[in-house]
Design a binder for this molecule. Structure first.
Ligand SMILES: [Zn+2]
Length: 165
């Protein structure tokens, strides 16, 4: 694992639920699995920092870190109006804003250097979802084929699960 502390990974929770991205703060729908930011050395004070949305996953470590700082900055200035929820609710659920003295730039610097090998992709997440849906009556080889056939279509659906953008 080396000295790198932060990583993202797919996890299954078996819930059809909504979550808020711990980086950009946007709400999104989840279907039984998600990607989370993990803090192996607890550099940010806790092991699981939070869920990461489809867009931040796509942006990659550098792009997501940049968006996080930008959004935190906009929200701090009150420039971004949240359509369905107020800012206090947002602060409760977003790790970026939940800690009063928290410096988003500090976390962004840690995220930026996450190597690609430790950054889960939307394909990884789609695969985890499809594993739960693959018909039982197929043998192992056909299960894999079924999942491969549905992979790109599933990844495309992720964009529609973003409630805020
Ligand atoms: Zn996000």
């Amino acid at each position: 694992m080396g000295e790198r502390d932060l990583t993202t990974e797919v996890y299954c929770h078996d819930l059809t639920t909504e979550s808020r991205c711990c980086l950009c703060g946007c709400r999104h729908k989840q279907n039984k699995a998600a990607i989370r930011l993990m803090d192996r050395a607890q550099v940010a004070g806790r092991q699981m920092v939070g869920d990461v949305c489809y867009r931040c996953v796509t942006l990659g470590p550098q792009g997501a870190a940049q968006l996080m700082v930008q959004r935190a900055d906009q929200r701090a200035k009150g420039a971004v109006m949240i359509a369905t929820e107020n800012v206090e609710q947002l602060a409760e659920t977003s790790c970026v804003l939940a800690t009063p003295a928290f410096d988003p730039q500090w976390l962004a610097d840690k995220i930026k250097v996450i190597p690609e090998s430790q950054w889960a992709t939307n394909e990884d997440l789609a695969w985890a979802e499809l594993e739960k849906e693959v018909p039982d009556n197929l043998d192992a080889a056909h299960k894999k084929q079924w999942m491969a056939e549905h992979l790109q279509e599933r990844v495309k659906q992720f964009r529609e699960r973003m409630i805020e953008w």
